[in-house]
Design a protein around this ligand. Structure first.
Ligand code: RB5
Length: 147
C-alpha cells in the first residue's frame, strides 16, 4: 500500500519517525514534506497529501501538525477525503471501522512517538466495517455534491 505523509513544523519530527516506521513495515511512502523544523503553513501540506489520496495515487494519508486539527480542517476541504483527528488507539481504530477515515491527523505536540505509532498501527490494521456505516459515508459523499 502507498501512503502519503506530510507535516508542518509542529509535526515535522513526528513525521520523520512515522515515515521510517511505515517504510520498515514495507509501505511505499510519499513524503510531501516539510523537510525541516522551520515555520510553514499547514494547509499547503494538507492539500498535497489530500490530493494524493483523493486522486488515488496513494491509498491513505497521514498528516501531523501541532494539534492535528488544522490539518484535518484543511484536508477535509478536498472531496473524497475523510480526515480524522485521533487521540488514542481505540479512537484510531473507530476512525477506520466506523468512519472509513482515509487520512489520519496526529498531534506533533501532545503525544510522543510511541503514542503516535500506536495510533497509526491501530488505524492501519483495522478494516472498515461497512453495513450501516457505509450508508452514513454515502450521505457524507452526497453532501460533497449538494452543499
Ligand atoms: C502552528 O503553530 C500550529 O498552529 C499548527 O501546527 C497546528 O497545530 C494547527 O492546527
Amino acid at each position: 500500500m502507498k501512503i502519503a505523509v506530510g507535516a508542518d513544523h509542529g509535526g515535522f519530527s513526528g513525521k520523520e519517525k512515522i515515515v521510517l516506521h511505515l517504510r520498515r513495515l514495507g509501505y511505499r511512502v510519499v513524503d510531501v514534506g516539510t523537510t525541516s523544523p522551520d515555520s510553514v503553513d499547514y494547509p499547503d501540506y494538507a492539500r498535497l497529501v489530500a490530493e494524493q489520496v483523493a486522486g488515488k495515487k496513494c491509498r491513505r494519508g497521514v498528516l501531523l501538525c501541532g494539534t492535528g486539527i488544522g490539518m484535518a480542517i484543511a484536508a477535509n476541504k478536498v472531496h473524497g477525503i475523510r480526515a480524522a483527528v485521533v487521540w488514542n488507539p481505540a479512537v484510531a481504530r473507530l476512525a477506520a471501522e466506523h468512519n472509513d477515515a482515509n487520512v489520519l491527523c496526529l498531534s506533533g505536540r501532545f503525544f510522543d512517538d510511541r503514542q503516535r505509532i500506536a495510533m497509526l498501527d491501530a488505524w492501519l490494521s483495522t478494516p472498515f466495517a461497512g453495513g450501516r456505516h457505509a450508508r452514513r459515508i454515502r450521505k457524507i459523499r452526497a453532501m460533497e455534491k449538494s452543499c
